[in-house]
Design a protein around this ligand. Structure first.
Ligand SMILES: NC(=O)c1ccc[n+]([C@@H]2O[C@H](COP(=O)([O-])OP(=O)(O)OC[C@H]3O[C@@H](n4cnc5c(N)ncnc54)[C@H](OP(=O)(O)O)[C@@H]3O)[C@@H](O)[C@H]2O)c1
Length: 287
């Protein structure tokens, strides 16, 4: 059985991937207590001697504000340690699978969706850190898969705590009766996280390269939030009262972060539309 070292092992996507692929791979979970990603040289030493066939690197500080507030510290974690792990993989003949983000395109003014040939342009430190790793991997590694994800969503499972997503944000607004704003000036390909977990084996076996992995979406984030509320069964009056349009955020420049996933789909990765993903998620969780 293939041995996969998985970093950020207790995080959302890593724990979901492990849950869905238990019998398929032998996972070697790497937690914060095993490696300090503030010290890239330590990370390189650790992964140079790890007994695994492939390294799936998910650990990162993915909070945009944290990256802006501590650019130097998060550069070490999100950029330099990822590159150090890549160097260790290259030196020891292991495939590296890395999760990148739609945020590498958040500085573009032209409309998406963007494919893998689009040059990244990011105005946030988090996006710049991920873009730097993507570029380094492409130039330096012989055997790698970079998966650029959009904003993932899902529900909690035993041992799996979703990071903030559109479904959780809408559910919270409805359940706590809290009017909540969603921006009208943004389009993203929000994707059900189980798409990744259920197709993890296929992702690990992709031909070496960069892939966009996201379901299609033509709706703004505000329209997407309304769709989620409808599918959750909220009545029209509650949707009007609780799911509010935010016309101010990103009014300066419309943000289109959408990813074109045709390349991954052409080699057999199954993705849908945002509405299909919401329905799939609610059906999986017996809504
Ligand atoms: N979720 C999304 O919508 C999304 C979209 C695009 C890309 N991504 C990328 O996907 C990956 C996983 O995301 P996620 O949502 O699963 O995030 P998550 O739940 O926050 O998990 C991140 C993991 O990284 C670990 N980590 C963070 N800083 C660390 C450090 N300095 N040293 C060691 N470990 C550290 C965390 O450890 P602790 O648990 O100990 O804090 C956690 O296990 C990230 O690389 C993220 O950038 C996520």
């Amino acid at each position: 059985m293939q041995r996969i070292a998985i970093t950020g092992a207790t995080g959302y996507l890593a724990s979901l991937v492990q849950l869905y692929n238990r019998g398929r791979f032998e996972f070697v979970p790497i937690r914060r207590t095993d490696v300090n990603y503030s010290h890239p040289d330590e990370a390189e030493r650790f992964f140079s001697s790890i007994d695994a066939d492939l390294v799936f690197h998910t650990a990162a500080n993915a909070t945009t504000a944290a990256c802006e507030n501590d650019p130097v510290g998060t550069d070490l974690v999100n950029r330099d340690s990822a590159i150090a792990i890549g160097r260790a993989c290259q030196a020891t003949g292991k495939r590296m699978v890395f999760i990148s983000t739609e945020q590498v395109f958040n500085g573009l003014s032209c409309p998406g969706p963007f494919d893998e040939t689009t040059e990244p342009c990011s105005v946030t430190r988090y996006g710049q850190q991920k873009a730097a790793v993507d570029a380094w991997m492409r130039e330096s590694l012989d055997d790698y898969v970079t998966v650029r994800l959009s904003w993932m969503f899902g529900m909690a499972l035993p041992g799996v705590k979703p990071s903030p997503g559109i479904l959780g944000n809408v559910l919270r607004a409805l359940r706590t009766d809290t009017p909540t704003k969603f921006t009208c000036n943004e389009r993203r390909c929000m994707t059900y996280a189980q798409r990744l977990a259920a197709q993890f084996a296929q992702v690990c076996a992709l031909p070496s390269g960069l892939y966009h992995f996201a379901s299609a979406n033509t709706l703004t984030t505000y329209e997407s939030a309304r769709l989620v509320a409808e599918r959750l069964g909220a009545c029209a009056a509650d949707i009007e009262r609780l799911i509010l349009p935010d016309t101010v955020r990103y009014a300066d420049r419309f943000r289109d972060f959408r990813l074109d996933a045709s390349k991954a789909q052409a080699v057999g990765i199954e993705l849908g539309s945002f509405a299909e993903d919401v329905d799939l998620c609610l059906s999986d969780f017996g809504w």
